[in-house]
Design a protein. Structure first.
Length: 158
């Protein structure tokens, strides 16, 4: 795994920098013909976990980008709790991923574009850990366009 530190790119705001890294993961998913959603986990200015959708490749509905990143970060830290960490994800987490974030006790979730159909906010804001801070709209247009264009291309093929 390649780890990147924010201090390597000090000219960009941290949330923008790290969302750009999550977008790279989304583009990797796209190259695999997966729904282009990417996620990273950051601790102390360093990326400690990366993930992108692998639901088709693994034939596993739980293989979302966030779940892959949670596992990678927990392995890096040697424990299941991600306190003092931030999840950056290109699309608002679904209920499953938001619920998993509760159990990790992650400190912050930063997402790009909202998911009005399947995002956790549609169901219940209280699914997150009470201490988790949520921030949306970072690079929203770029993040949203990846998914929108992916599904448009799928519809045009049929």
């Amino acid at each position: 795994m390649r780890y990147v530190s924010f201090v390597d790119e000090p000219t960009m705001a941290p949330d923008d920098f790290f969302m750009t890294e999550a977008i790279k993961e989304a583009k990797l998913a796209l190259s695999l013909d997966e729904v282009p959603i990417g996620a990273i986990i950051v601790s102390n200015g360093k990326i400690i976990g990366r993930g992108h959708n692998l639901t088709e490749k693994l034939n596993d509905v739980t293989a979302h980008a966030e779940m892959q990143a949670f596992t990678a970060a927990a392995n890096y830290l040697g424990g299941k709790y991600l306190k003092d960490c931030t999840l950056y994800v290109t699309i608002e987490p679904c209920v499953m991923c938001a619920g998993a974030s509760y159990w990790t006790q992650i400190s912050r979730i930063v997402y790009g574009a909202p998911d009005v159909q399947r995002g956790f906010r549609r169901i219940n804001h209280n699914i997150l850990h009470p201490k988790t801070e949520i921030i949306g709209g970072i690079k929203e247009l770029e993040c949203g366009s990846l998914v929108k264009d992916f599904f448009l291309s799928k519809r045009n093929k049929t």
